[in-house]
Every structure is written in C-alpha cells, then in structure tokens.
Design a protein. Structure first.
Length: 246
C-alpha cells in the first residue's frame, strides 16, 4: 500500500539534534554547536545491516552509528530557521533535512514507520499528499540516494576515527555496551574536536575559532547534562585552537 507525505513547512520537526555529514559540519561550524554522536545498534535491530556497513562494530553483536551532529537541546528550534519559520539556508541545508522523512541509515524497506505522524508533527500524510513510499521502496529517490551516498563516502573516515578512539576510551565502550542492552537504547555525545583532530587537510584552528562562540552561545541552555557537555566541548575546542596555533 502506498504511503503519502507532504511537508507543511511548519518547522515543528526542526528541533533537537540534527545529523550532519562531515563536510556539512565544517561548513556550518559558525551556525551549529557541533558534536559526534555514537548510537549502539544491536544485531537483532532492523537498522543493524546499514549500521554495520556505514558505521563501526563495537563487538560481534553491536554496530555503532557514528555521526557528526548539530548538538542542540531537545526543545531548541534549529538556528537556521528564518523568522517566518521556514528554512533560512534552503540552498545549502543538510542532506538529512532534504531526505526527510526517510533516513538513509536504515534499509530502504525499513522506512514505513517514519511516515507515521508523531506528537506535534503537522506534515500531511493523507491521501491528498503525494505518494512517496510503496512496496518497501522510496518513490522519489534523489534525496534519499544523496544521503546514502554521502554516508558511504564518509564511512571510511568515521570508521578509522572510531576504531582508533574506542581502545583509548574503555569507559566509552562500556557505556555504549550498557546502552545497547537497554530496550530503548540511547546515545553518547563526544566533542567534535575529537573528530576534527583526525581530519586531514582541514584548518583546525579556523574551525575551532569559528565554533567557540557558537558553543558559548548555547552554554547555560538545555538541561544539566547538556550544559556539562557544552562546557566540556568548549574546553576541548579551546585546547585544539591553541594546539594548532602556537
């Protein structure tokens, strides 16, 4: 049965954490507070196949999604929204926004539940909206395919970063294993500086200097855990700026 969807441009879905590509994170370092999100995916989960392909293995039964993200409080609207509630960076908006409501970290056949309206969601899923999904296939594939290709292109870089990081941070692996065992799962956020240090041919000082005032803007917002993370990310980014600018 065909599923229908049309975005009503209400801006209600533009809240909280937003996955980015590495290139998008660097390009928008002056707009979004950045972090790296680790999400454990157990072997029995439907999304395990793509997590295994695009991410890194934590152990034989757990894959990790490793994603740069715009790290915003859960109730915070996207900083790129214009006063009228529409996207203010439409021409350069992230592939994640373009691919909505689909999610390329999942198999194409595992997208149907993403079209089920959620609380506060005003998108049109009635029969009057265009058909977008049928028989386990995304009908208009351009944005979905672009996001999948972007994930494939950056996968080697993120895999190498995670594989080097995890042995040096046994507490991180332990926390991720604990989250994987929970029915609802969970995620861990690390400072973007941990990834930035590993990116070749990037002016790390410039990115750090651009990111610091953005992190400062979000300091004191969100819940206590968010505030602690932002404070830690800022300290790490300050060190990175100094390390590459003697």
């Amino acid at each position: 049965m065909a599923r229908h969807f049309a975005c009503t441009a209400c801006g209600k879905c533009c809240h909280g954490v937003l996955p980015l590509t590495i290139d998008e994170a660097l390009a928008h370092a002056g707009r979004f507070p950045l972090a790296v999100m680790f999400v454990p995916i157990r072997a029995k989960a439907k999304s395990f196949t793509q997590a295994q392909k695009l991410g890194v293995m934590l152990d034989k039964k757990t894959a990790l999604r490793v994603m740069p993200v715009a790290y915003l409080p859960k109730d915070a609207a996207c900083p790129a929204l214009a006063p009228d509630g529409l996207c203010g960076i439409h021409e350069t908006k992230p592939v994640r926004c373009r691919a909505m409501p689909f999610f390329a970290w999942r198999d194409e056949a595992d997208q149907g539940d993403l079209l089920v309206p959620r609380p506060g969601w005003a998108c049109d899923v009635s029969a009057n909206a265009p058909a977008v999904y049928d028989g386990g296939k995304v009908l208009d594939r351009d944005a979905f395919a672009a996001e999948r290709q972007a994930l494939l292109d950056q996968a080697p870089v993120l895999r190498a970063y995670a594989e080097r990081l995890l042995p040096m941070a046994p507490g991180l692996a332990q926390t991720l294993n604990g989250l994987a065992a929970k029915p609802m799962g969970g995620e861990v956020y690390l400072g973007f500086s941990t990834l930035l240090r590993r990116l070749p041919d990037v002016d790390k000082t410039a990115v750090a200097r651009t990111q610091l005032p953005v992190l400062a803007h979000w300091a004191g917002q969100g819940d206590a855990a968010y505030q602690r993370n932002i404070a830690g990310f800022s300290t790490e980014m300050e060190r990175l700026a100094k390390a590459f600018n003697p």
